[in-house]
Design a binder for this molecule. Structure first.
Ligand SMILES: [Zn+2]
Length: 285
């Protein structure tokens, strides 16, 4: 298992903000103590031309202007580089997946709320969307993006909607932030779960989403791996257990096409265990 990370992504924070350095630093520490054999590598910054396939020039330039983007999404010194590194991690995951190497991109900031034109929801650049477009342009015929973060990947949807050869599958709570994803579009399939849904029922809906994804016959799957549908997560109201994240890893990797995963949300103190469960799942354990 290769983990793509870089300690520079832990160098920024807003006091009291749930999207905190622990998410990467704490996870790295615990993974090192686990029985997983890990190769640790650093990402490159995503090349600007690949970023500009997904985002407007205005948005990209805005990342250098020292003003907060919204109440949740602060400006930080070097946030552009941090976001480029996050997107670079998703691109590296894609490259490794194609070489048949199991991997996980463990970086912050997350990406799936960043739209073409706007940073929001702790996200600045749509890392997974950037990787999906790269996968398509560099030869994949049918790219699937699967997003199991508890929040709707509105940014991924905004960037990928109506793109030929890419389909987006998202399971998320409604009502919840950001309030989108209640209907499916042509190539964006949205599966909603109500607050406080029993985990058995959540699994049924997740199974349906994955069955639809398999039916699409993708030649590569890019995953927005969010761990905030966990019962102990402070931001939403789902009931998943550690074993459910193991199940996501197992189920997605058993589809038998290259699988490239990047971390999105997940804000509980148990996040490291949830990631380990997912990684074990990918390895079929
Ligand atoms: Zn989330």
């Amino acid at each position: 298992m290769t983990i793509i990370t870089d300690e520079r992504c832990t160098l920024y924070e807003s006091p009291g903000h749930p999207e905190r350095p622990f998410r990467v630093a704490g996870s790295k520490k615990k993974i090192k103590l686990s029985q997983l054999e890990i190769q640790w590598i650093k990402p490159n910054l995503a090349p600007i031309e690949k970023v500009l396939r997904a985002h407007s020039k205005n948005h990209f330039q805005r990342l250098s202007e020292p003003y907060d983007f919204d109440g949740d999404t602060a400006y930080h010194k070097d946030i552009k580089e941090h976001a480029l590194r996050g997107a670079g991690g998703a691109l590296k995951a894609l490259e490794l997946a194609r070489a048949d190497k199991p991997q996980f991109s463990l970086l912050r900031p997350p990406g799936h709320h960043a739209t073409k034109d706007r940073a929001m929801g702790f996200c600045y650049l749509g890392s997974v969307a950037i990787a999906a477009i790269e996968a398509k342009i560099s030869g994949a015929k049918r790219v699937a993006v699967f997003d199991f973060d508890v929040h709707h990947g509105n940014g991924t949807e905004d960037i990928l909607k109506e793109r030929e050869g890419i389909e987006f599958f998202s399971i998320h709570q409604h009502p919840a932030y950001p309030g989108t994803g209640t209907k499916s579009l042509k190539n964006c399939h949205n599966y909603t779960v109500r607050p406080d849904l029993p985990r058995e029922d959540y699994r049924k809906i997740a199974k349906k989403a994955i069955a639809d994804l398999i039916n699409y016959e993708p030649d590569i799957i890019i995953v927005s791996a969010g761990f905030d549908a966990y019962a102990g997560d402070p931001l939403c109201n789902q009931k998943l257990s550690t074993s459910d994240f193991n199940w996501f890893g197992k189920t997605l990797s058993s589809i038998g096409v290259p699988l490239a995963s990047s971390m999105e949300g997940g804000y509980s103190n148990d996040l490291p265990d949830l990631i380990i469960a997912y990684l074990k799942g990918i390895l079929g354990r």
